[in-house]
Each structure stands twice: as structure tokens, then as C-alpha cells.
Design a protein around this ligand. Sequence first.
Ligand SMILES: [Zn+2]
Length: 295
Amino acid sequence: MHPRYHAPFAQLSDTLQHALLPILERPDFVGMLLADDVTTLCTQCDLTPETLAYALLPLAAACAIAPISHFQVGAVAQGESGNLYFGANMEFTAVPLQQTLHAEQSAIAHAWLRQERGLTSITVNYTPCGHCRQFMNELNRANTLHIHLPGREPAQLHHYLPDAFGPQDLNITTLLMDPVNHGRTLLDADLLAQTALDAANRSHAPYSNALSGVALETERGTVYTGRYAENAAFNPSLPPLQVALNLMNLAGEDIHSVRRAALVEPRNTTISQWVMLQIILAEAGCTDVQQHFID
Ligand SMILES: [Zn+2]
């Protein structure tokens, strides 16, 4: 198991430790539990998916990278498939705090990149901040999404975000996590750029139309993708680089092991991911970065 799980794992009940150990020790464990695993764990440990998600929160929080706040937040998103996805906050030094990824965003982006089509609930160890409430309001299942917090009754997102402003106020009908393919193409691009293009084609950018996607190749040769997740309130928007680094971190790879990166975005656009992406990747030790343009 990844060393970051050792301490929180030791705090779990003996029954849950016994049932969870084979899953955490799988070489391909990427910070998510498949629906079949959830069912098995719930049966073996007399839990529900909700109580299991609570029990897993310390493991999710152990994935946090918080060099600024030293405050670890964990989240577990439950997909309509029944899968559970870890999420944890991620902070970046040398750039403005706006580049931070919150735990709820992390769990949502994780589920989205693992091809989940919608979320039923998000369990988190602290009450969601206003930024995350707004981010969750962009989801295709925002009207039915339940928030689970320790010591509180489950409540719908709109209990925590009354009188919300969201995509519907801007006549946006394709929402975050709705499956899309924007159908853009790239000529003369290598496999890494084509992978970033695929991510851009699945990105959510209805306000700027600046579709963008990232592909990161690690020293092990694994490729992680990130899709841009735009928000009606702009500021909670999640850059594609953070989405890719999040996937990489939750899968257990060191974010300082990116060897090569590709960004795909429109040539003529009002916004660009390029400058901030280069700064964050350089800080993480990667300067082999390509930029490719779509129309
Ligand atoms: Zn937050």
C-alpha cells in the first residue's frame, strides 16, 4: 500500500482493515473503489456506502498536498455507477492561491476523468466552502446531489447553496460531467498531443469556449489527462493541469515525476492556460511542455 495510507489505515476498525487491505495493496489501486468492491466491503463490514465513505475520509485526506496551509481535507464522491472516488486538496507554491484545488473539486474531477456520468453524493470531512458549493452547482446532478458531513444529517447541495446562481441562469444546458465530444482535430501531432486533444474534446468550457486539455507523461511512462472544468461564476473554474495532476496524485504517483506535457487549446481565444501551466510544471520540475492549437 502507498505509505501515505499507513497511519490512517491503522486507525480503521480491524474488520475494515482486513477487508480493505487486499484492495489497497493492488498494484493498480488508483484511489477509487469499484462498485463491486464497495458492495463486498459493505457486506463484510456491515456498512452502507455512506458509512463506508465516512470511514474512508482519513485515507482520502492523506492524499492531500498542502505545503501552504498544512490543512488536509478529504472527500469521497459516490458515482451513479456505485464507484467511490477519493479526493484531496492540492496547493501550489510560487503561484497565486487561486490555483488551489479543493478536496470536493478533486473528488469530482477524479470521478469525471474515470468516465463517471454523474454523482449521487459527496462525503467530506469539513463543511464545503462557498467556492466548492458553487463548483458543485455546475454538476449535471446538482439538483439531487447529497452532501454528507460528519455529525450532520445528509442534505442536498441546495440546502447549502440556497438561491443559487448557476449555468441555467446563463442558458447553458450541457453541464459538468455530461458526456460530450467537441470533435476538434489536430494535424501532425504526436500521441501525447492527441491524448491532450481527446481531453480538450471532453472539456467543459461553455462560457469562454476555450476548450482545453492536458496530457502528462510520467517517468514511469504512464499518461494522465486533464480536462478544463469551467464554472458559471468563473473563479471556481478548474484548469486542466490541476485535473491531470490530481489524477496522477490520487493514483499514487509523485507530481514531481512529470517528464513531458502537452496542452491543447484554441489559437484565437480570450483566455489561455499556457502561461500558468508552464509555471506550475516548471515548479514541479518539468520544462518539456508543448502547446498545440485547435480552431
Ligand atoms: Zn472548498
